[in-house]
Design a protein around this ligand. Structure first.
Ligand SMILES: Nc1ncnc2c1ncn2[C@@H]1O[C@H](COP(=O)(O)OP(=O)(O)OP(=O)(O)O)[C@@H](O)[C@H]1O
Length: 310
């Protein structure tokens, strides 16, 4: 009798667990539906009549990637403090800029200004002589690229993820994969470009994750290598979470932001000459050994770059 009761109790526990799991699933499905409805009801970013007098791009833009920022301020809607205030900067042709600063310094806000993603902009931001607020959002965003911090893969084929609008030939898709150092990996997959990616790329990351704890450092290296080879003729702004990335990978200049203001902007080694400067203090905070390595690499790269230029 006791044994029979125990077996019923155990079954009951299993059913209870199953019921809880199912209720959580249902809750998640409802949240997804709610989110979808919320997205469909979002106001349009730009109404067609707002852009009737928009500037028409004649030919490819930007060609040199010179960026002139004058007195740029950004106010997020509903926030009383500006996220960026009176920023003035001049970025030269095809320069590689590392943007650093503490959390909340305004690094992402500066990049979101380039894409006019949020908030109210004041001042001027010109790319190759064109004031970006005079362009249609679609034209602006189609001509700039962003590599997000958290990559996102869509459900569909691998090819769809590389070329979602089906605008390129297979050869061009393979060339892009090669540039991203993924060609070998994708060619080894049985279905190659037709490999199915499940929601959020969960199955693909299994393929990508190498069994090493250093994957982040390695991936970072590959990205940095690609930036300097594939994006040689483009201006690149990188928000650096590791000082190593911008000090040891040949960035032309470092922009230090704090509380929405420019604190320092120059070549890494030039900034490190000021031992009491913002970048020097950030480097010192990484500890004596790392700081020494960062400083000596920055110096070496500076001397190499300038000896080439002479
Ligand atoms: N959508 C938003 N609405 C209102 N305020 C925002 C919004 N996004 C950022 N902020 C505020 O703007 C300021 C700058 O934030 P931002 O995200 O640009 O900093 P960050 O340097 O990129 O920081 P992190 O390194 O943490 O990403 C912060 O005070 C932040 O709270």
């Amino acid at each position: 009798m006791v044994g029979l009761s125990l077996s019923y109790v155990l079954q009951l526990i299993g059913h209870a667990q199953w019921a809880v799991r199912q209720s959580v699933e249902v809750e998640l499905c409802f949240i997804s539906v709610e989110r979808n409805i919320a997205y469909t009801q979002l106001p349009r970013e730009e109404e067609p009549d707002e852009v009737a007098d928009a500037l028409e791009l004649e030919g490819p833009w930007p060609e040199e990637g010179r960026i002139e920022i004058r007195d740029l301020s950004l106010h997020y809607f509903g926030s009383d403090r500006p996220a960026l205030s009176k920023i003035t900067l001049s970025l030269g042709k095809c320069e590689k800029i590392g943007v650093v600063g503490r959390t909340g310094a305004g690094k992402s806000s500066l990049l979101s200004c380039l894409f006019r993603l949020a908030g109210h902009l004041e001042g001027s931001l010109e790319i190759d002589g064109i004031e970006i607020t005079r362009l249609r959002l679609a034209d602006l965003r189609a001509n700039l690229s962003i590599i997000p911090q958290e990559p996102f893969l869509f459900e569909g084929t691998l090819r769809f993820n590389v070329d979602p609008f089906n605008e390129h030939t297979d050869d061009e898709v393979w060339a892009a994969l090669e540039a991203a150092e993924l060609k070998r990996l994708v060619s080894a997959l049985p279905d190659k470009l037709e490999t199915r990616i499940v929601e959020n790329g969960r199955n693909f990351s299994v393929v990508m994750d190498e069994p090493t704890a250093n994957i982040d450092v390695q991936t970072d290296r590959i990205i940095q290598r690609s930036i300097h080879s594939q994006f040689r003729n483009m201006t690149v702004l990188t928000i650096a979470h590791r000082l190593h990335t911008v000090l040891c990978e040949g960035y032309d200049k470092i922009l230090v932001l704090d509380q929405g203001q420019v604190k320092e902007f120059d070549e890494p080694w030039v900034l490190l000459q000021n031992s009491d400067g913002w970048l020097s203090r950030m480097v010192a905070e990484t500890g004596p050994e790392t700081a020494m390595m960062l400083r000596s690499t920055a110096k070496e790269l500076y001397l190499k770059k300038h000896s080439h230029q002479q």
